[in-house]
Design a protein around this ligand. Structure first.
Ligand SMILES: [Zn+2]
Length: 398
């Protein structure tokens, strides 16, 4: 009886081996899966943070001045991501300090935090076991970002090329294999532009979408040529699926199951500076995955002075930014905000410190993250039950 039992166990064991797909089969089915793969997809929901915020289980992660912070939504506690008992969390030996090079972006992939400094690093979700993970190409100094998606590393950046007196800028995306570290990277996209372009990458299942805004002239009012590319990660094919050449400029791009939702701003009114008289024209457009069409929604004129905007699905925030120079050249930024729902109905108004963008939402409210250049650095939440108030979830530099 015992021998039969052992044979049966061995039989089950061999069956289990036979049923297990090989590694390459797993990779192939992962690449083309039409489901959201939580551990292996670029997360959806916080894409407008552009790699400076992440959520894993009940924990939020945010990076300010190269320090990694956490906020535990269960305990409501926040702090630097370091569990070393003897650490003061103030010097470079702290687990939460990510290095001297400005962190381009970070992402949680397969239970680890990856970030782009002078190379690609990774560590555990609690800040332990830091590793120099991979050397990736130096993409030039402008706007580097890194994404890990379904077995590949995508390195994105803007390279600036000098030929005599002529300077041009190339948006370049390279794809590296995670499994095979020795393999040469493949070029996904290259587009040369006359002026510094803006690019936005969004991953959805087996596709990468890249929207590039290329200025047509020295003045922003001359408008933009915009191109949307779709890259099929299985067949490695790049297609231009939409183009326009007009006064429209991209402010944010959100992703949902139907397509991309784009917030557009008319550039004939665009200003880099605070202008209390200026009203801006905003509108959303939707790119549909199913038929590759773009539809525009109605235009909305903001209150005068609200010259900064960001969007997540269903919500838009417009901001009036006041820069106040204090003693000893200290600069304070106070931002007044107005929140609109998807019908452009005003849902709340209030004020917070710093330059910030709306990056997502949770069950309690809208999440607002300060930008890299902001003098005050924090993660805020504007609660749904009172959108005239602001909670501080994480604050850097206190
Ligand atoms: Zn520490």
């Amino acid at each position: 009886m015992a021998r039969v039992g052992m044979a049966f166990v061995l039989f089950l064991f061999s069956l289990a081996i036979a049923c297990q797909p090989s590694i390459s089969e797993t990779a192939e089915s992962m690449l083309s899966s039409d489901k959201y793969l939580e551990a292996y997809d670029v997360p959806i929901g916080y894409e407008n943070a552009e790699g400076l915020f992440a959520k894993h289980d009940t924990t939020y992660y945010a990076c300010f001045d190269n320090w990694m912070y956490y906020f535990d939504t269960k305990t409501q506690r926040s702090g630097k991501l370091c569990g070393k008992v003897e650490c003061t969390h103030e010097d470079r030996d702290c687990n939460a300090y990510l290095g001297d090079i400005i962190v381009g972006s970070f992402q949680i992939y397969d239970q680890k935090i990856y970030w782009l400094g002078e190379l690609l690093y990774r560590m555990d979700l609690d800040g332990e076991n830091r590793e120099e993970y991979r050397v990736v190409d130096d993409m030039g100094e402008l706007d580097p970002r890194c994404y890990l998606h379904r077995g590949s590393i995508y390195m994105c950046g803007i390279e600036h090329n000098v030929k005599g007196a002529n300077v041009t800028y190339t948006v370049r995306i390279l794809r590296y294999s995670i499994e095979n570290a020795e393999a040469e990277p493949e070029t996904v996209l290259e587009q040369e532009c006359q002026y510094i372009p803006k690019y936005i990458c969004r991953f959805y299942r087996d596709k990468l979408y890249v929207l590039i805004d290329a200025r047509l002239g020295m003045e922003l009012s001359e408008g933009y040529k915009r191109d949307l590319y779709e890259y099929d990660i299985v067949h490695k094919e790049l297609k231009n699926v939409w183009s326009s050449q007009d006064q429209a400029h991209t402010r944010s791009v959100s992703i949902n199951n139907e397509g991309l939702e784009i917030l557009n701003l008319s550039t004939d009114q665009y200003t880099m500076f605070t202008d209390p008289e200026l009203a801006c024209t905003l509108w959303k457009s939707q790119y549909h995955f199913a038929d590759q069409s773009m539809t525009e929604m109605e235009r909305y004129e903001t209150e005068p002075g609200y010259t900064d905007q960001s969007m997540i699905e269903n919500w838009v925030i417009t901001s009036q930014i006041d820069v106040i120079v204090q003693e000893e050249n200290r600069v304070d930024v106070k931002t007044k905000y107005r929140i609109y729902d998807q019908n452009w109905d005003l849902s709340g108004t209030g004020e917070y410190e710093g330059l910030a963008s709306m990056i997502g939402e949770d069950s309690m409210g809208l999440l607002i993250l300060t930008d890299i250049g902001s003098p005050c650095k924090a993660l805020y939440r504007i609660p749904y039950d009172n959108m005239d108030t602001v909670e501080i979830l994480i604050q850097h530099g206190e």
